[in-house]
Design a protein around this ligand. Structure first.
Ligand code: NDP
Length: 295
């Protein structure tokens, strides 16, 4: 078998086009959604990511507010900025780029963001809403994974789903989203026994581990849908000394022999994350004004 490739780049492009259409309709009613992105410090990877977000925000017709703070910023200064953004009517979504420098307690900052503007979906109120089935803002990466899985199979009810990873930003919200879709969900992590066998039980496998190509082809149930969240940079000596390439948590070539559909890395889950962030910003802008979410 050779798996269908789930093209996250194309899906994200379509999603952004739909968002741009909805933003245009909102703007005609005098509402232009705004996303504020805060970055502390000079990590080049984070800066590139934030620039990408800002570009895509503007491309869909939203306003982008960027706040770049020095690495020496104190927790109080950052909390003060978050308070100002919470109070700013032009700002519908607030994203504080993680990780933060060690003098700042990230959890404190997450909890300071108004849950109505928490477009990352990390605030405990939004995590709790997801868990209890109350509408709220959902973490972007798991939301993107769900949309990609549903692009292959609209109805996921009854599938055995395995989520490898239990982080607050990917594994746990992914688990909740799949429970809400009536999957039977197993959550695996570093203490799971016989992970290979657990993965082999999955009709839908989501790998969010951060270990390059850990999930091998013989861990995959024939015909499974595989969603690879991992982004791992590994040496690529074939391209020259010191060169690197990006691989997922799944050994792609092996898994593609067995799965029915699989996301590539890059070009799978990655592009969906920013598209879902824009979707969340649109949703936040509508909800804050008592407007329905455009379809
Ligand atoms: P974390 O490091 O926060 O969590 C990793 C999880 O994997 C933990 O639950 C850990 O278990 C589990 N784990 C680690 N090693 C093993 C192992 N050997 N066997 C089984 N489970 C293991 O990572 P994140 O959730 O933040 O990210 C996961 C991956 O997804 C990373 O590669 C990251 O780069 C990528 N990512 C991609 C995004 C995108 O936009 N595509 C966005 C966010 C993340 P335990 O809890 O027991 O320690």
């Amino acid at each position: 078998m050779s798996a269908a490739i789930i093209d996250g780049k194309a899906y994200a492009e379509g999603l952004r086009a739909r968002i741009a259409g909805a933003v245009k309709a909102l703007s005609e009613q005098g509402v232009t959604p705004g996303l504020a992105v805060v970055i502390v410090g000079e990590d080049p990877a984070s800066q590139l990511y934030v620039r990408n977000k800002a570009r895509q925000t503007v491309e869909v017709g939203m306003r982008s507010f960027e706040h770049t703070l020095p690495a020496s910023t104190s927790e109080a200064e950052l909390l003060d900025l978050v308070a100002r953004l919470n109070a700013d009517p032009a700002v519908d979504g607030i994203l504080v780029q993680l990780p933060l420098p060690k003098q700042i307690d990230a959890q404190k900052v997450i909890e300071a963001i108004d849950p109505a503007k928490d477009v990352d979906g990390f605030h405990p109120i939004n995590a709790g809403r997801l868990m209890t089935g109350v509408p709220g803002l959902v973490s972007c990466t798991p939301l993107g994974c769900l949309l990609l899985a549903q692009s292959v199979r609209r109805d996921l009810a009854g599938l055995n789903a395995v989520v490898v990873g239990r982080s607050n930003i990917v594994g746990k919200p992914m688990t909740q989203l799949l429970i809400a879709q009536s999957c039977t969900v197993t959550v695996a992590h570093s203490k799971t026994r016989d992970l290979r066998q657990v993965c082999r039980s999955a009709d839908l496998l989501v790998a969010a581990v951060g270990r390059p190509e850990m999930v091998r082809g013989d861990w995959i149930k024939p015909g499974a849908i595989v969603i690879d969240v991992g982004i791992n940079r590994v040496p690529n000596p074939a391209a020259g000394e010191g060169k690197t390439r990006v691989v997922g948590d799944v050994a792609y070539a092996e898994a593609a022999e067995v799965a029915s559909a699989i996301t590539p890395v890059p070009g799978g889950v990655g592009p969906m994350t920013i598209a879902c962030l824009l979707r969340n910003t649109l949703e936040a802008a509508c909800l804050r004004r008592g407007l329905g979410m455009p379809s």
